[in-house]
Design a protein around this ligand. Structure first.
Ligand SMILES: CC(C)(COP(=O)(O)OP(=O)(O)OC[C@H]1O[C@@H](n2cnc3c(N)ncnc32)[C@H](O)[C@@H]1OP(=O)(O)O)[C@@H](O)C(=O)NCCC(=O)NCCS
Length: 173
C-alpha cells in the first residue's frame, strides 16, 4: 500500500462527494450520514477552489493510487480576533483504519497550521469515539470539556469532547 497525501483540487469534487457518502455510511462519528453533503459537483468544486486559494484553510486528501481513502480539513478564520485558531476534521475509509493514514493526515494538518502561524487547534469528537481520541491524544490534544447532546442520531443523543492543542506559546502581551 502506497498512500500519497496532497491538498484537494477542484477536479477532485466528484470523487470527494462519493467518498463522503461512503464514509458517512460507514460511521456515525461524523456530522453527516450516508447521504453525504448536499452539494452538486459544481458547488463542491467551488468549495475546493476556495480551500485551495485560502490563506487560512486547507483540505487534504489521502490517496491509494487514484482513489480517495481519507480526507482532513483545516478550517481557519479571516476574522482578526479568531485568526490565531483553527478547527480540524478528519476521516479515513473503514477498510484503511489502523494503517497510519489518520496519523499522516494529522501531521499534514498541523504542519500547515504551524506554517501559517496558528496558535491553537481545536476539534470536537464524539465522547465514545475512542479510536479518534487516541489519535488526538497521541498528538497532544487535551479535552477541556464536554458538550452534552451535541449529536442527535436516530433519536439518540451523543456528547462530544471538545479538545485543543497549543501549537505555539500564546501571549497576552
Ligand atoms: C479516527 C480515524 C480518522 C483514525 O484514522 P486511522 O487511519 O485509523 O488512524 P491511525 O492508523 O493513524 O491510528 C491512529 C491512532 O489511533 C489509535 N488506534 C488505532 N487503532 C485503534 C483501536 N483499534 N482502538 C483504539 N485506538 C486505536 C492509536 O493510538 C493509533 O496510533 P498508533 O498506531 O501510533 O498507536 C478513523 O478511524 C476514522 O476515520 N474514523 C471514522 C471517522 C471519525 O471518527 N473521524 C473523527 C471524527 S472527530
Amino acid at each position: 500500500m502506497n498512500i500519497c497525501y496532497r491538498p484537494a483540487a477542484p477536479s477532485d469534487a466528484a470523487q470527494l462527494l462519493e467518498y463522503l457518502k461512503q464514509i458517512g455510511g460507514e460511521t456515525d462519528n461524523l456530522t453527516f450520514g450516508a447521504n453525504g453533503i448536499p452539494y452538486t459537483v459544481e458547488q463542491e468544486a467551488e468549495v475546493l477552489k476556495r480551500f485551495a486559494e485560502s490563506h487560512h484553510s486547507r483540505l487534504f486528501l489521502a490517496l491509494d493510487g487514484d482513489r480517495i481513502v481519507g480526507n482532513a480539513c483545516v478550517d481557519g478564520f479571516g476574522n482578526p480576533r479568531f485568526r490565531h485558531r483553527c478547527n480540524l476534521a478528519i476521516s479515513v475509509l473503514r477498510d484503511y483504519w489502523g494503517r497510519g493514514i489518520g496519523t499522516g493526515l494529522m501531521e499534514r494538518m498541523l504542519d500547515f497550521a504551524r506554517q501559517i502561524g496558528v496558535e491553537l487547534a481545536s476539534l470536537e469528537v464524539r465522547s465514545d469515539n475512542e479510536r479518534a481520541k487516541a489519535l488526538y491524544r497521541k498528538f497532544g490534544f487535551q479535552s477541556f470539556g464536554t458538550f452534552p447532546r451535541y449529536f442527535k442520531i436516530n433519536g439518540r443523543y451523543f456528547d462530544v469532547d471538545c479538545m485543543t492543542l497549543e501549537l505555539t506559546e500564546g501571549s497576552n502581551k
